[in-house]
Design a protein around this ligand. Sequence first.
Ligand SMILES: Nc1nc2c(ncn2[C@@H]2O[C@H](COP(=O)(O)OP(=O)(O)OP(=O)(O)O)[C@@H](O)[C@H]2O)c(=O)[nH]1
Length: 252
Amino acid sequence: MVEALLADSTYAGHPLHSALAALWELYLTQAQRLDRIARLSDRVQFSERVHERTRTERFEKQLRQLEKMTRISDRYQDMMHELNSALQQASTHDALTSLPNRRLLNDRLKQEAARSKRLETPLCIGLLDIDHFKQVNDTFGHDAGDEVLRTVACATRDSLREYDLCGRWGGEEFLLLLPAISLEDAEATMQRLTELLHGLRFDCLSEEYRISASIGLTAYRQDERPEDAVARADAALLEAKRGGRNRVTVAA
Ligand SMILES: Nc1nc2c(ncn2[C@@H]2O[C@H](COP(=O)(O)OP(=O)(O)OP(=O)(O)O)[C@@H](O)[C@H]2O)c(=O)[nH]1
């Protein structure tokens, strides 16, 4: 409308014509500036939004990486935990029979001897050895021998009380720690165990083959070292072997 007024020759001589033309010119310049500023502002805002998006994406990516690392670290810790347990088990237990090994047995022997001394309660110690085990290996093979060892270990452990301990002392020899039992009762328990072992049947041996075990038994004396009692049980075991095997010999 202003442009139409300024273009109209009727108002060309009007005293306000030049003022209106100057004002219009000023308005157009300002409008152009405003337009440039608005475009600039749009560009800045757009670039801000792009930056914001890349920042968010970067942050989310880092978060995902962190979560992944946490998961890996958790898995790694679980593996370390399992490895530690396996190492602990391997250092204290026999791989073939899963029974306590000689190292753990020695620790428990000392603990039980100390407890027996402190509480003045009896502690019986037995050494069990499978008879003619070499013959089992030689006749039926080493795998059959292993199977016999596993079965004897399992049967012996299951025949004992909860607080007794049976471990693999070495080869075909097992150490038994029997706390809080008289020598007389322990002898009866060992007698039942030799009968149980003699009655075992094995698929890996021939139908008629029967294994047997000899046991040397003694009571820990509270004024001696635990290993002295084990040596006495060992001597009693030798006597049981010499006496014909498949028997219990007590060293009082
Ligand atoms: N299969 C198998 N055999 C073993 C293992 N450890 C020891 N032996 C065997 O056990 C046998 C022990 O034989 P000996 O010490 O001569 O005793 P034995 O034949 O039982 O005879 P006595 O003890 O006198 O009745 C050896 O042949 C060893 O190789 C094992 O982990 N697995």
